[in-house]
Structure formats: structure tokens, C-alpha cells
Write a protein that binds this ligand. Structure first.
Ligand code: ADP
Length: 213
């Protein structure tokens, strides 16, 4: 079953997706990660993207679609995709539906991680992601894990767009254009809302029960 992990930036979508991928045979499709990978590889697309995301803007639908198709058409991930950070607006949700249906696939479930703006600010200001294994930690909450990180703590990097002004702008965009995506799906797809302020392990176990694993 394909699922969407939904919630504001900083809700913990990436953190939870990582656990599901590690334990079960799922593929995490984060358009944010796919975009950052292009930037890192300095492809032509990557140069365009870098300008947009460092200003807290979204990449164009055309760019995102190209990257999406590459993953959805990969047979290895058939019906085992966790969408994390996509779709971000109703047009993208309609677009995703079209692409999936071309390949006889659907979204089976939406998991909504709901968190307040105050918590998000703190989390994102401390977010650090490993550039080797992609693990996400937090410099305020995970001091010990950072010291003991198996890839070496020098691989834990802050994202360029994780600063206060960008956080505020991303949150506003979420409220205005991303949140309506929930209504779009509400009559079509099963939805489970989880309190994203809870402990990471508790959220993981709730997600596992939704996935029936
Ligand atoms: P998203 O993918 O939704 O933007 P992340 O998974 O990157 O969010 O999490 C943002 C930050 O919050 C990271 O530093 C992460 O370690 C931390 N975090 C994630 N989930 C929790 C949680 N349940 N409790 C405390 N901190 C969390």
C-alpha cells in the first residue's frame, strides 16, 4: 500500500519515514530529498532548484514531476512508497493521482502528524541530517546520539533553509496551500491523525499499526 505522511514542516515526517524504511521494505519518496540530491550533484536542474529553496520557495511542478515519475515507474517500489512532503497543494494531489493511475496504483492511507507552530520552530532550528545515511537528529534533543553517530558527527549537517524567517514562511505556505490537501483526500482515502508532539517511538508504533506490520 502506498501512503502519504502528511503534516507541517518539522512535524517528524522524515524521521518516521526513516524508521519505516529501515524496518520494512518501503521506499521513502521525499521530493525535498530528491531536489536536494540534484543540488548536491550540481545538475542543471540542481542549479535552478538551489536558488528557489534557499529562499524558502517551492520548486516548479514541472521539476518535481520529472523526479516523481522516475521513482513511481521503478517496479522495485511498486505499492510500497511513503510520500513524505508531497503533495504540497491540491494541484499536486490531482497530479499525483493521475501519475499513479497511469501505473495502476493508488494512495491507500494518509497519516497526518499534527504539531503546533511553537514546537515546529524549535525542532527545525535544531534539525541536523546525515549526508551519508540520511538520519535526522536534533542538536537540542539528541546530544548523545550526535556524539555517537555511526557515520561520524561531521556528517551531520544543518539545512541551509532551516533558519527562522524561512521556517515562518514555510509554515504560512503550509497553512494556506498544503493543509487543503487533507480535504481533497478526506472522502477518498483512509486518514489517521496522530499527535506529532508525542514521543518518536509512540508515533512509530501508531504508524506501524496503521500499516499492519
Ligand atoms: P519533517 O520531515 O516533517 O520536516 P523531520 O523529521 O525532519 O520533520 O523533523 C524535524 C526535527 O524534529 C528533527 O530535528 C527531528 O529530529 C525532530 N523530531 C522529529 N520528530 C520528533 C518528535 N516526535 N519529538 C521530538 N523531536 C522530533
Amino acid at each position: 500500500m502506498n501512503i502519504i505522511l502528511f503534516g507541517p514542516p518539522g512535524a517528524g515526517k522524515g524521521t518516521q519515514a526513516q524508521f519505516i524504511v529501515q524496518k520494512h521494505n518501503y521506499f521513502q519518496l521525499s521530493t525535498g530529498d530528491l531536489l536536494r540530491k540534484e543540488v548536491k550533484l550540481k545538475t542543471t536542474l540542481g542549479v535552478q532548484i538551489e536558488k528557489l529553496i534557499t529562499n524558502g520557495k517551492f520548486a516548479s511542478d514541472e521539476i518535481v514531476n520529472t523526479l516523481l515519475r522516475q521513482s513511481i515507474t521503478n517496479l522495485k517500489f511498486r505499492d510500497r512508497i511513503i510520500f513524505d512532503g508531497y503533495p504540497r497543494n491540491v494541484d499536486q494531489a490531482k497530479n499525483l493521482e493521475l501519475i499513479l493511475s497511469e501505473f495502476n496504483q493508488t494512495i491507500g492511507h494518509i497519516i497526518f502528524l499534527n504539531v503546533s507552530k511553537e514546537i515546529i520552530e524549535k525542532r527545525i532550528m535544531g534539525r541536523m541530517t546525515c549526508d551519508r545515511c540520511n538520519m535526522t537528529l536534533n542538536e537540542f534533543f539528541n546530544k548523545d546520539q550526535i556524539e555517537l553517530h555511526p557515520c561520524g558527527k561531521e556528517h551531520l549537517k544543518k539545512r541551509k533553509d532551516d533558519n527562522f524567517d524561512v521556517i515562518v514562511s514555510r509554515y504560512d505556505t503550509y497553512m494556506k496551500t498544503t493543509k487543503p490537501v487533507l480535504d481533497f483526500y478526506s472522502k477518498k482515502v483512509n486518514l489517521t491523525e496522530i499527535d506529532g508532539a508525542a514521543e518518536i517511538e509512540l508515533i512509530t508504533s501508531k504508524i506501524n499499526s496503521v500499516l499492519n506490520v
